[in-house]
Design a protein around this ligand. Structure first.
Ligand code: C5P
Length: 276
């Protein structure tokens, strides 16, 4: 057996419509999800006993015990491994850091043991793990288990910005007053140029934005700062926050905006990213 390395991209909810609530409390969603070219890195090696090491610029505070989603994902395989998680994404941030790490761990272990069948228990790791296993633009419905690829979207240039507040997902869902909002249209437009597609996205929503801002008002500041950047066409929150994104028509505009914002707000996590 050899060493396997897998990239764990940030997921971005371009839209997130909350369309209902199940009896067990989970919310029904209709969300368009894409993936960024920024993310964490997972390295998996065969070992005598399980070991999880967390390194990288965002390693502080990340658990290295069995509670880490990476460890829980590896446990599904019952094979002892040494995992190195290189953490670049902020945690509890609405961009699927933990879910994407878990998905990458599953892909790495599948590769290592030479069996691509998904182990039992994947869904219990979290609602976003399924879409993160897909790693391509997808429409996510149900509580996250119903994922379908969404081809034909233009690549988008973005800035991701996080002000450094943890936002616990259950609290934001709980604070959402109206649980029954309209879904996205049946057909998501395909084959559009970036500008027209961003115009269409602007007609859609993230229903968790208002309750997340009510809990953490700094998210409003992030959205305003992103919207004020030259060339920013749309600013919205991803997932349950606190990470927000702005969309641009050109890579140059996104990169220039990211430099300016990082300078103005050195305490924020700011990255230019390509989304696809
Ligand atoms: O599945 P995950 O661990 O990401 O979800 C965290 C929490 O967010 C859940 O325990 C639940 O309170 C809330 N949630 C929800 N509806 C969803 C996904 C998450 O209410 N579709």
């Amino acid at each position: 057996m050899s060493i396997t390395k897998v990239f764990a991209p940030a997921k971005v909810n371009l839209t997130l419509h909350v369309t209902g609530q199940r009896r067990d409390g989970y919310h029904l969603l209709d969300s368009l999800v894409v993936f960024a070219d920024v993310g964490d890195r997972i390295t998996v090696m065969p070992a005598e006993a399980n070991r999880l090491e967390v390194i990288g610029p965002r390693a502080a505070g990340v658990p290295t015990d069995g509670t880490n989603l990476v460890a829980r994902a590896a446990d599904l395989f019952g094979v002892p491994v040494h995992i190195v998680l290189s953490k670049h994404l902020p945690a509890a941030a609405g961009i699927g850091g933990g879910s994407s790490d878990a998905a990458a761990t599953i892909l790495a272990l599948s590769d290592l043991i030479g069996d691509t069948r998904l182990p039992e228990g994947v869904s219990e790791l979290g609602a976003d793990v399924r879409v993160c296993l897909m790693r391509q633009a997808a429409r996510m419905r149900g509580i996250g288990e119903d994922v379908a690829p969404c081809p034909g979207l233009p690549p988008l240039f973005a800035i991701l910005a996080n002000p450094g507040v943890d936002v616990p997902t259950p609290e934001v869902f709980k604070a959402l007053e109206d649980k029954q909002n309209p879904p996205m249209p049946k057909r998501i437009p395909q084959g559009m140029k970036a500008g027209a597609f961003i115009d269409w996205l602007a007609t859609q929503r993230n229903d968790l934005e208002a309750p997340a801002i009510a809990r953490s008002p700094v998210i409003r500041d992030v959205l305003d700062a992103l919207a004020d950047l030259p060339g920013a066409r749309l600013a919205r929150m991803s997932g349950s926050g606190a990470t927000c994104f702005a969309l641009f028509e050109t890579e140059d505009a996104a990169r220039a905006g990211a430099s300016a914002l990082a300078q103005a707000k050195p305490e924020w996590w700011v990255e230019a990213a390509k989304l696809s």
